[in-house]
Design a protein around this ligand. Structure first.
Ligand code: ZN
Length: 60
């Protein structure tokens, strides 16, 4: 028998990107123009603006 480390053989992949790596926008999956250091999810300015406007508009 082989080592009993990963029984499934699946590759383990973190759900969120590693810090320091380039993040993608959580909405449009566009690559950030610069490395983002904030924890995921990260939204590009475009989607962030869209979200904020939507959130405030949908309140009523
Ligand atoms: Zn976006």
């Amino acid at each position: 028998m082989d080592k009993n480390i990963l029984r499934t053989g699946k590759q383990v992949r973190p759900k969120t990107a590693v810090k320091g790596k380039r993040y993608r926008c959580a909405t449009c999956h566009k690559r950030s123009p610069k490395p983002v250091k904030t924890p995921a999810p990260w939204y590009c300015p475009n989607c962030l603006d869209l979200q904020s406007t939507q959130a405030t508009d949908r309140r009523d």
